[in-house]
Design a protein around this ligand. Structure first.
Ligand code: FE
Ligand code: FE
Length: 255
């Protein structure tokens, strides 16, 4: 993986503590409660730009690579996709893929918003980052959740699986009526590294998940490797991206 996702980077020792909190707190019950709390989307109306600007003060504690503001990360990801000549829906996906992190600005702790996601309600894979921290997760004491299938059916499909709660699932629900399916796959599953990078949880997947995997894997390098030290010029780029957002998304969104 080279110089990205370098979890040994001592400058990012907060990452370890982040994953301890995350792995101890993300239980099936917690995920169900957060879905109830947030997925009615009745908190506020906001444009995508307002959301991105809200985010801009946040530095992601789960990111071992670089202290980069969220708007910079959004623009770098989108610009890298644009530079490779990809279609406009893919560029807009790059821009907005982390907008769900606004959860951090409305009182959610980072461990419940960012970082890698993983299924709850079944055994935790050893392929998840810092698997040793699951020892502190109360679900490991629930025998039903500790088999390879847990509460799920063999081949039941990813959309039936409860992933640990965070910005992916939240933003998917905000955008589900507005973006093409491939974009929504990226939004919903881009943090599920144990699956899209390491091939875990094959027994939970249905046929349609093969296409999802392709979409997420196509996107991932832009999310990771666009983290360049050079800061994109927000003011210069804004007109292009305002047009692009206007092409795909309504003026205001329900959050
Ligand atoms: Fe993300
Ligand atoms: Fe990202």
């Amino acid at each position: 993986m080279g110089r990205f996702r370098d979890y040994a980077n001592p400058a990012r020792s907060t990452v370890r503590e982040f994953y301890r909190l995350n792995h101890e707190g993300q239980t099936l019950d917690f995920v169900r409660r957060k879905k109830k709390e947030y997925l009615s989307l009745d908190r506020r109306k906001m444009t995508m730009w307002e959301a991105l600007e809200l985010l801009d003060t946040l530095v992601d504690d789960s990111d071992p690579d670089i202290d980069l503001s969220q708007i910079q990360h959004a623009l770098q990801t989108a610009e890298a996709i644009r530079a490779d000549g990809h279609p406009r829906w893919f560029i807009v996906t790059g821009l907005i893929h982390d907008a769900g992190k606004i959860l951090c600005t409305i009182g959610e702790p980072q461990w419940a918003v960012v970082g890698d996601t993983f299924p709850v309600g079944c055994a935790f894979s050893e392929k998840i980052i810092y698997p040793e921290f699951f020892a502190g997760n109360p679900d490991t004491r629930v025998p039903e959740y500790q088999t390879r299938l847990g509460i799920y059916e063999e081949g039941g499909g990813l959309d039936k699986v409860h992933l640990s709660w965070g910005h992916d699932e939240y933003l998917y629900h905000v955008l589900r009526d507005h973006l093409p399916a491939a974009a929504l796959d990226v939004v919903r599953y881009h943090s599920f590294y144990a699956w899209h990078r390491d091939g875990a949880y094959g027994h939970l997947l249905a046929d349609e998940d093969a296409a999802r995997l392709e979409h997420v894997q196509h996107f991932n390098p832009y999310d990771l490797y666009s983290k360049d030290a050079a800061r994109p010029d927000f003011v210069a780029l804004k007109p292009f991206y305002e047009d692009l957002v206007g092409e795909f998304l309504p003026d205001t969104l329900q959050w």
